[in-house]
Design a protein around this ligand. Structure first.
Ligand code: ZN
Length: 383
């Protein structure tokens, strides 16, 4: 028998979910609607895409377990998002709108282009407002043909219960440290200790881990953080501000690179548009999206720095109380951690943790990152 599980096997973790979905196909018990719920970045969309492939794979009967083959035209098109019976719906702006749901209503009434199932994947379904949700509910209640809806949501509690109760709920958990670590070693050729560090800092979120691993700046940025920590205790206020500024500049350089990429994409969009009005509208929409992306990236970069600071102090306390090197998050820099542990001491290390929490609170109540970081450094000095 041919062992051709490739598309399922690309998924990291979530084995229980995959076997549930496989069984549903095997036993001909595919539901009309699924709700994939779980933290953002954990792999819900990847699983949804592969489930869609499994439902419509042309060679499914020849594969083990009814797995999507990954090679037939149907599988390839679904992965490229060009399959004519599989639709990927994403929020327009901040939300899935009622206009989008109306389009879905039209789509489900169309005859399939030869596929067994029409699959409608609605990403960030929890951004739907009440009228949109009500409209969707009507479609889910009476699907006109073999349609499978996959709703994806990080906070499915915000969806109306009427929708949730119509869906088969599939709950995604954060990945295990080892699952992410092994993936990073295989895909990014990281050293085991570096992979462990990133796996730890990603807190079970694959998208975060990939972000950190793909970001060549991660280890450099941590060097800056360590430099700051090492100097904080015996430096003047001017130097302290400078250390904070160094980190901020580091982030700004990253953001500048993203801005450049955004601008290139925008230029391309405008160039491709058919007329001036169209170009203007596209430009406006895209600029809004870009701004939101930048703001999100800025906050997430600062959040990373805080997570990093926290993990270093946590490691330092751990080592100061005689904990095992292997239990540190930043296991690849144990000698540096030991120096910090000696210089900081247990009480200060513990206090540092609460200062970092306070800075994170500031960041999430819209205090500027610069201010939050400077405040943190001054608090750490006084600790
Ligand atoms: Zn296939």
């Amino acid at each position: 028998m041919e062992n051709n599980n490739s598309l399922w096997q690309e998924i990291i973790g979530h084995r229980d979910i995959l076997s549930r979905l496989k069984n549903a196909i095997n036993q001909n018990q595919v539901a009309h609607a699924y709700l994939f719920s779980g933290p953002k970045g954990v792999g819900k969309l990847s699983v949804a895409t592969r489930f869609a492939a499994a439902l419509n794979c042309e060679l499914r009967d020849n594969t083990l377990d009814n797995s999507p083959c990954g090679h037939c035209i149907s599988c390839k098109n679904i992965l490229k998002r060009t399959h004519r019976d599989t639709y990927f719906i994403q929020p327009e702006g901040n939300a899935i709108t009622i206009a989008q749901i109306r389009d879905i209503r039209k789509l489900v009434q169309l005859k399939n282009y030869g596929s067994e199932y029409k699959v409608i994947i609605i990403d960030e379904a929890d951004t739907m407002n009440r009228p949109a949700a009500n409209s969707l509910l009507k479609i889910i209640e009476e699907p006109p043909g073999p349609v499978v809806f996959i709703l994806i949501a990080a906070n499915h509690e915000t969806l109306p219960l009427t929708i949730v109760s119509r869906c088969r709920l599939v709950t995604f958990q954060r990945l295990r440290l080892a699952e992410i670590k092994n993936f990073l070693i295989a895909e990014f050729a990281l050293e085991p200790d570096s992979a462990k560090t990133i796996a730890f800092l990603s807190r079970g979120i694959m998208a975060k881990a990939i972000d950190l691993a793909a970001d060549n700046n991660f280890f450099k940025r941590r060097e800056r953080v360590i430099e700051a920590i090492s100097e904080i205790k015996d430096t003047g206020p001017g130097r302290l501000s400078l250390l904070a500024e160094n980190l901020i500049q580091h982030i700004n350089r990253e953001l500048a690179r993203v801005k450049e990429r955004q601008q290139k994409y925008l230029d391309k969009l405008v160039e491709q548009s058919t007329n001036k009005t169209h170009a203007g509208r596209i430009k406006k929409q895209q600029s809004k999206k870009d701004k939101r992306e930048l703001a999100r990236l800025e906050r997430s970069a600062f959040d990373d720095i805080l997570t990093n600071l926290n993990s270093i102090y946590r490691d330092a306390v751990l080592l100061a109380v005689g904990g095992d090197d292997n239990l540190t998050a930043n296991i690849d820099i144990v000698p540096e951690l030991k120096k910090i542990a000696t210089a900081t001491g247990i009480a200060n290390g513990l206090a540092a943790g609460s200062h970092v929490r306070k800075a994170r609170e500031m960041l999430y109540s819209n205090v500027s990152p610069e201010l939050a970081l400077e405040y943190l450094f001054f608090s750490l000095q006084e600790a």
